[in-house]
Design a protein around this ligand. Structure first.
Ligand code: CP
Length: 301
């Protein structure tokens, strides 16, 4: 079964294949998933991931059954285990797209599901389909992935998108990564060990101004309020790296500013009209990549 659980499972050949199919969806219609049903099961809030997966399924001719806020609106609220919910839902759908607040939940679901499971974010764990769309954005905007330098900025301890994207970048050549965060929110050791093992050069710094004019990609992230023990802890870091137009002017001419979204205050709205700001394009690319992934997961080959 073709579960999508973590970025490490992809190789370059697979990634290139998905990107080629995604390119094709920009100009052609495809109703090949007619008769198929996708269940979207979200235990945490989402705008982009849930709507883009649902839109992707509908655009491919398929149907969607869904619950937002599954913690409250599914029988989880009565004490049903994740495993029991998945066993049941996998009788009603041909695949399950699931977001959960616990790291490892998608893998647990995949172990009992009768149909493929796609991890749409598992707590501070991973968000592999976001990583694929992020990489696709880099390829579309910079026309290359090998050889790029990237600054990942913000809450690197709790941010699952940077974790998944780092694992993917580790598969490419001559990548330079700058992890920019407060020392309390540094990227996890598992990521650093993976990069060392794959000979990917990286630096951990606190000062964004030291690298802002050097990198091809500035990947800004939100401080993950929901992962802090209390609001006082969160307030200590809120607004610690804020990108305004003055900062964007320091970036290389052909560089791009990305963000998985949602944003709070870490990129000011005055930046949105800059040609370097590609975070809304990123959401459009996400639809194409998720269409390609659905087609792959539900194809017989
Ligand atoms: N980037 C992302 O996962 O956005 P949502 O939380 O809105 O799905």
């Amino acid at each position: 079964m073709k579960h999508i659980i973590e970025s490490q499972q992809f190789d370059r050949k697979f990634i290139e294949k998905i990107f080629k199919v995604a390119d094709g969806f920009e100009s052609k219609t495809d109703q090949s998933l007619k008769g198929k049903i996708m269940a979207s099961l979200f235990y945490e809030p989402s705008t982009r991931t849930r709507f883009s997966f649902e839109s992707a399924m509908l655009r491919l001719g398929g149907s969607v059954i869904t619950t937002e806020n599954a913690k409250e609106f599914s029988s989880a609220s009565k004490g049903e285990t994740l495993e029991d919910s998945i066993r049941v839902i996998s009788n009603y759908a041909d695949l399950i797209v699931m977001r959960h607040y616990e790291q490892g939940a998608a893998e647990r679901a995949s172990l009992v599901s009768e149909v493929p499971v796609i991890n749409a974010g598992d707590g501070p764990g991973q968000h592999p389909t976001q990583a694929l769309l992020d990489l696709y954005t880099i390829k579309r905007e910079l026309k290359k992935i090998d050889g790029i330098s990237i600054a990942m900025v913000g809450d690197l301890k709790n941010g699952r998108t940077i974790r998944s994207l780092t694992y993917l970048l580790g598969k490419y050549k001559n990548i330079m990564i700058y992890f920019v965060s407060p020392k309390e929110l540094k990227v996890g050791n598992d990521i650093k060990e993976y990069l060392k093992k794959h000979n990917v050069e990286f630096f951990e710094i606190q000062d964004l101004s030291a690298v802002i004019s050097k990198v091809d990609v500035l990947y800004q992230t939100r401080i993950q309020k929901e992962r802090f023990v209390n609001s006082k802890e969160y307030e200590k870091f809120k607004g610690c790296y804020q990108i305004d137009l003055k900062q964007v002017d320091k970036m290389k001419v052909k560089s791009i500013l990305m963000h998985p979204l949602p944003r709070v205050d870490e990129i000011l709205c005055e930046v949105d009209s800059s040609p370097k700001a590609v975070y809304f394009k990123q959401t459009k690319y996400g639809l194409l990549v998720r269409m390609a992934l659905l087609k792959f997961v539900l194809s017989k080959k």
